[in-house]
Design a protein around this ligand. Structure first.
Ligand SMILES: [Zn+2]
Length: 167
């Protein structure tokens, strides 16, 4: 299973697995009740094992009514991002994510999740979205923090089946 350790040298070997993990992340994203944005994230350990999953949603037990989701301002205050939820779900299980890889489907990683990713010890991040104008600034900050903290980040283009290092 050593081929799961990603480097530029063996990325083509990994493409099959990257695709598989993104398919799961995509499936997890569908569990989100958010009508406008559905993000899915999974954390994978160095043996290829899935440690945890997360999607964007309100904290456990917090009333996640349709009405609240349609109140944008309130929604942003209550929602936990998919990446953060994946980290917190690992914590809930008592699982370490040190050295793990995070796969994020549907949106780039925001600066707040980037901080948590770094502090949790995740070492590699894959995203599968192009960076739109709206996310440019936040993604730039994320990339800067990742680069300085030695978190490798990659863009996976599922249609082209290519991986491109971002930081
Ligand atoms: Zn975030």
């Amino acid at each position: 299973m050593s081929t799961l350790n990603t480097s530029d040298d063996n990325k083509f070997v990994n493409l099959k697995w990257i695709t598989r993990y993104f398919r799961i992340a995509e499936q997890v994203s569908m569990w989100s009740k958010d009508p406008s944005t559905k993000v899915g994230a999974i954390i994978v350990g160095d043996k290829g094992q899935i440690i945890s999953q997360g999607y964007n949603g309100f904290p456990r037990g917090v009333n996640d009514s349709e009405e609240r989701y349609h109140n944008r301002e309130l929604k942003y205050k209550l929602v936990v991002h998919a990446e953060m939820n994946a980290i917190l779900n690992a914590l809930y299980n008592g699982s370490s994510v040190v050295g793990a890889t995070l796969y994020v489907h549907a949106l780039p990683v925001c600066q707040e999740c980037a901080k948590a990713i770094i502090q949790a010890g995740i070492s590699t991040v894959y995203i599968d979205t192009n960076i739109s104008e709206r996310w440019k600034e936040s993604w730039q900050i994320t990339k800067t923090m990742f680069s300085e903290s030695k978190v490798a980040c990659y863009y996976f283009d599922m249609n082209a089946n290519t991986v491109e290092r971002q930081c």
